[in-house]
Design a protein around this ligand. Structure first.
Ligand code: GRF
Length: 242
């Protein structure tokens, strides 16, 4: 049965959110906002071709690759792409026999041009590997609205908080500073804003007395590593509808 955003599935809250977001609002004003187009419904025999984009150690990537090797799911990682040549996670891809490339920012002084050229290189790598859906897993770059529009609905992210709480790069720090007793993680489609796209699933994780940022991060990552592959399964089989 297809799930509607807003349904609750096995303890995972699936709901959409609406909140102000300057980039998203700007693209609406431009009349440039595009709708989500979800991936095709894939199968074990014809799995969805995924690219996993990383910046760091790639523990989430490692968990997804392990899941794909042990479960025969309806998706397959065909490309691991990092925004540097040295991202530790590239090794996870290579040791699993997956094409794994680092694409650093090109040496261009103008920031706008540099960002655009970088995304063109990324796009070319995605096309070359016939990628059908992009999985962001600790990718620390904000994608431009132009890039997002091409992939909107086939571009998914995991964020270590219960969005809309604590968006951005310092979710754990913000949760601790706020005195939160519950945090968690959110799997969401990416839109033109920052951590503002449609939420597919969330799972709560307790914040414990005396937690450091790294304690909370590790506890949340354990949950992320279980949740993300399952939600990618649902996305890959037409399990969500808009
Ligand atoms: C995860 O906590 C994810 O939620 C966030 O970045 C972290 C990536 O960690 N977007 P890793 O590189 O997979 O270990």
């Amino acid at each position: 049965m297809a799930l509607r955003l807003g349904d609750k599935v096995r303890g995972e809250h699936c709901r959409s959110i609406t909140r102000p977001n300057s980039q998203a609002a700007a693209s609406r004003r431009d009349g440039m906002e595009v709708a989500y187009t979800l991936p095709r419904a894939a199968s074990i025999e014809d799995p969805l071709r995924l690219a996993v984009l990383i910046s760091g150690s790639g523990s989430g990537l490692a968990a997804l690759l392990k899941y794909q090797q042990s479960q025969t799911p309806p998706h397959r990682t065909v490309l691991v792409l990092a925004d540097s040549l040295t991202a530790g996670g590239l090794e996870h891809g290579r040791s699993s026999g997956v094409k794994s490339v680092g694409i650093p920012l090109p040496d261009i002084i103008d920031k706008v041009e540099r960002r655009q050229s970088h995304e063109e290189l990324v796009e070319a790598a995605l096309i070359e590997s016939q990628v059908e859906c992009i999985v962001l897993s600790g990718y620390m770059r904000i994608l431009t609205p132009n890039f997002v529009r091409k992939w909107k609905g086939r571009l998914v992210n995991i964020h270590p908080s219960l969005l809309p709480k604590y968006p951005g790069a310092h979710a754990h720090r913000d949760a601790l500073a706020d005195g939160a007793t519950i945090s968690g993680c959110s799997v969401h489609l990416v839109d033109e804003g920052v951590d503002s796209g449609m939420i597919l699933a969330q799972q709560e994780v307790p914040v414990l007395e005396g937690d450091t940022e790294s304690d909370l991060q590790e506890r949340i990552k354990k949950v992320e590593h279980e949740l993300y592959p399952k939600i990618i399964d649902k996305l890959a089989t037409g399990g969500f509808s808009l």
